[in-house]
Design a protein around this ligand. Structure first.
Ligand SMILES: NC(=O)c1ccc[n+]([C@@H]2O[C@H](COP(=O)([O-])OP(=O)(O)OC[C@H]3O[C@@H](n4cnc5c(N)ncnc54)[C@H](OP(=O)(O)O)[C@@H]3O)[C@@H](O)[C@H]2O)c1
Length: 262
């Protein structure tokens, strides 16, 4: 494995490439959302993760415009709140208005709406993608059975499933299930879900002279899991993106895998 994973992009099909390291924006609101997203873009992030529910699309959009980075170079993800099922078109139009763009790059069903996977919502997603309002579509917080239901009814698979993922949540069976289905796993709450003071992590971090959070994020990338760390601190925004200067060897990967609860 080479050490360029931070520049790595995932092929979502249809010519859509998603940077494997994005910037998470949950709980960032108002000026803090604007400043953090601006700084993330200045640092080099080219993938921003937002959602209708985060109520920061306006600030994220303004940060992109003010950054001077070409819109086409920034991968934007936003999400449909499950309560907006049945109002898909109006919801994405509001997201686009707030973000100040004519399309997003990835639109996710934030959670399965109601019971089941909601093939009717998925049908709307397909139409909205085909109309060009989003370049790719996917889901979040789905299990493989829910993904199978969408594929069975529409013949089209989600490009991505954004799910909680962290070292304690490591489950090779879940990863394999997504891989078999051609669905990219994008992990969320990767830092929050991991004890950054765990001795196994701090020792590996010390050996590479990096922060424990960098070890956690690098571990994800080496498992081909996209990451979207959030921070409102500049030093962390920077270090969470500095993942290319070191590689975890097989023994270190196995040691970290061994911290899983499964
Ligand atoms: N699809 C979904 O249902 C869903 C659910 C949750 C999250 N998400 C997405 O995933 C993103 C990431 O998840 P998350 O925000 O829950 O958690 P996270 O990125 O795992 O962790 C964020 C927390 O870790 C701290 N932190 C960040 N960098 C750090 C570092 N280098 N060292 C120590 N602590 C650090 C942050 O504090 P400071 O800000 O103070 O630095 C914050 O408290 C979200 O922002 C959102 O975009 C999606």
């Amino acid at each position: 494995m080479n050490d360029d994973r931070v520049e790595a992009v995932a092929d979502l099909g249809g010519g859509v490439a998603m940077p494997m390291v994005g910037f998470g924006t949950w709980r960032l609101r108002g000026n803090s959302a604007y400043e953090s997203a601006r700084y993330a873009l200045e640092t080099g992030y080219r993938h921003l993760d937002t959602a209708t529910m985060y109520r920061n699309e306006t600030e994220v959009g303004r940060a992109i415009r003010d950054s001077g980075v070409d819109r086409r170079e920034v991968f934007i993800t936003t999400k449909l709140p499950p309560g907006n099922a049945g109002r898909e078109r109006a919801t994405i139009e509001a997201s686009l208005r707030d973000l100040g763009t004519d399309h997003v790059d990835l639109w996710l069903i934030h959670w399965p709406p109601g019971r089941g996977a909601s093939p009717r919502v998925w049908e709307q997603f397909i139409q909205i993608r085909d109309a060009g309002l989003t370049r790719a579509i996917g889901v979040s917080n789905y299990d493989p059975a829910g993904i199978d239901e969408l594929v069975r009814t529409s013949g089209q698979r989600p490009a991505v499933n954004q799910i909680p993922w962290s070292i304690p949540q490591y489950d090779p069976r879940v990863l394999a299930a997504h891989r078999e289905r051609g669905v990219l796993v994008e992990g969320y709450s990767s830092l929050k879900g991991t004890n950054l003071r765990d001795r196994n992590i701090t020792e590996i971090a010390a050996a590479h002279q990096v922060e424990p959070a960098q070890v956690v994020l690098r571990w994800h990338l080496q498992h081909d899991i996209a990451v979207i760390p959030k921070s409102s601190h500049r030093d962390r925004i920077e270090s969470n993106f500095a993942l290319s200067g070191f590689t975890l060897d097989d023994a270190e990967m196995t040691r970290l895998d061994g911290l899983a609860r499964h």
